[in-house]
Design a protein around this ligand. Sequence first.
Ligand code: GUN
Length: 294
Amino acid sequence: MVLIDGKQTAADIKKEIAAEVEEILARGGKRPHLAAILVGHDGGSETYVASKVKACEECGFKSTLIRFEDDITEETLLDAVRKLNEDEDVDGFIVQLPLPRHISEQRVIEAIDPSKDVDGFHPVNVGRMSIGLPCFKSATPAGIMTLLERYNVPTKGANVVVLGRSNIVGKPVATLLMQKAAVGDATVTVCHRETRNLKEICRNADIIIAAMGRPGFVTEDMVKDGAAVIDVGTTRVPDASRKSGFRLSGDVDFNAVAPKCSFITPVPGGVGPMTIVSLMRNTLQAAKQRAAEA
Ligand code: GUN
């Protein structure tokens, strides 16, 4: 069994990005600039955004964090998005989700200039990805694909089962894995809460990608010997022994499942760090595209 080390892979890629930034600066180019909008004080979002700002420092990027309170109006938020679209210094930006209920996430996402949408959430980027055109791929699916690539997990002709059909993970990772590509060419089944015979479907999988946000959902009896298991779950479960009062739990019963696997990702330290590094890659790509067009 190979434990896929997302933390180390992410550290390696951040070094590669930082070296490329140094080259750009040495040639007289501009430092890549990522901006993030954070609305409210959700604990998970605060942590994610702080990690993104820290990753920017590690990669040699400039970062700007724009904060609003929960009671911001949709119009004010849309104005902030429009300003970032027009800001010549900003190469890419994200609006951290979830947003308060009175704001339409879809309207906000669609207001982002697709050429600055480094989250890859705008329908233009989602559509381009689905037909295999150059685009910003959303960060978690791109991070999963990088792990499969760097660990040489065979995908060609493989039966892949994706658990969960979210717009952020399940749908895009299924789309990427079915593409005609070196990491791709898989036969993909997407399962969700209405799926019948879910256990049997999983037992036939060469690769399981678990992304439903249900701690410990994938048990040993659902995994065939030699399968690769990618755990995208990051549910906060109460844990009085931790200073924070919680720990992150994946969607896979790791201790029982790991001995059967050819490859498995831990939580934390698997897919999570790769998500942030994919955002950094997209930001570098955005900066290079903008420099080429200038
Ligand atoms: N909330 C959870 N994951 C993400 C992400 O990848 N991007 C943004 N903007 N919000 C998120």
